[in-house]
Design a protein around this ligand. Sequence first.
Ligand SMILES: C[S@@+](CC[C@H](N)C(=O)[O-])C[C@H]1O[C@@H](n2cnc3c(N)ncnc32)[C@H](O)[C@@H]1O
Ligand code: SF4
Length: 447
Amino acid sequence: MPSHSELFSARVPRYTSYPTAPHFHAGVGGETVRGWLADLPRPAKLSLYLHIPFCDTLCWFCGCHTKVVNHYTPLASYLDFLFTEIGNIGALVGGHPVTHMHWGGGSPTMLSPADVKKLKTALAEHFEIAPGAEFAVEIDPRGLKDEMVAALAEAGLNRASIGVQDFDETVQKAINRIQPFDETRRVVNALRAAGIRAINIDLIYGLPHQTLANVKRTIELSLSMAPQRFAVFGYAHVPHFKKHMQLIDEKVLPDAEARLEQFELAHSLLSAAGYVPIGLDHFALPDDDLAVAQKAGRLARNFQGYTPDDAPALIGLGASAISALPQGYAQNKTEVPDYRKAVQAGELAVARGIVLTDDDRLRRAIIERLMCDLEADLDRLGAPFGKSFADFRPEIETLKPLIAEGYVAVDRSRLVVPPSARAAVRLVAAAFDVYLAKSKAVHAVAV
Ligand SMILES: C[S@@+](CC[C@H](N)C(=O)[O-])C[C@H]1O[C@@H](n2cnc3c(N)ncnc32)[C@H](O)[C@@H]1O
Ligand code: SF4
């Protein structure tokens, strides 16, 4: 029988997609995706994701596709090509209503206020942005100026996602991200004063030097800003992929048990403060769209995490951005020069992707329901594919150690992860991932 910490040290994906990104391949290119876009049923709703792969300093824990730059020229040149891509993709699917838009990175707040407005204007010109559409931007509050808050408000931002991670100075030094609480609070107040009321705060546990006391203090300080949502991510330490993570001293990283305790503390503090746990790692006030969607059984998971977004097509714009279309997934070229060359040539900047098979779709549905609802009914999800619980004997066999530990229960055709075992849900989901066993990709630990 594996020990508790062995179970939680298993390396499994976060399942923001299935199949996961390491299984995308070069067999899917721009022409394939052009066909996928042309075949979208009309007027299918669209969700847009825009990637800005630049930051002014490097946080050593960062797992995102980004590059540190110390002047604006690379951003200005990147924007030129992003505008071209917006025009190219808009010409193919611009008639579809856009109900969700998310700018992420990197740090979209590296853009100048004037360019924030230009970018929003370009999007509104080439796409049909639906009235009341959600418009979210990832915000690094460090040094954020009032002019940027004003530009975001003018552009119509209605959900701000603020990176915090941890407020302890020792932890902040160990991750190269100095971010005083007062500065963060100033930005939250300024956003609210500008009419941007929906605030998310991103926290991380499992960081170097982090203790239960740090987690508690960070959560208390964050609660004093009364955000609508929290994301509480487990630090994904993958130094072989992200060389800068080697700057983090592994000797001061919390072990699997400590990570689990930190996660559980965050969970109990946020629940006690009235936040509803959403899936694996989000928390939302009961009247927030995420909590409402979860209650109604229509919570979804995409590359940005949990979402109430029900658009059948997510289009990623910018270097490394991933699109999720009914036919499959496609990722843009990761390196900015490669991305630029493709856009300049009038091509779709797709580097790799995967065409979904029926088996992928069924497993994706099971994994998504587990990650969103902590349960999955194999008979119900299997029915459209002519499958039922009985077809998943090997997976149930794989789950036996987790069943024995009480991390998942089988109730007729349903798999149910009890709320107290929420932290184990990725391990349960992994039993349905047929690519994982064949995979050479190394993922971060499960909790
Ligand atoms: C693109 S960043 C946020 C935007 C902005 N650049 C900032 O840092 O404030 C998105 C979020 O991903 C999370 N994140 C980044 N690297 C991570 C890692 N290695 N493990 C877990 N979470 C990570 C952080 O919580 C971060 O706020
Ligand atoms: S965490 Fe945010 S600010 Fe820090 S390097 Fe990553 S993307 Fe940039």
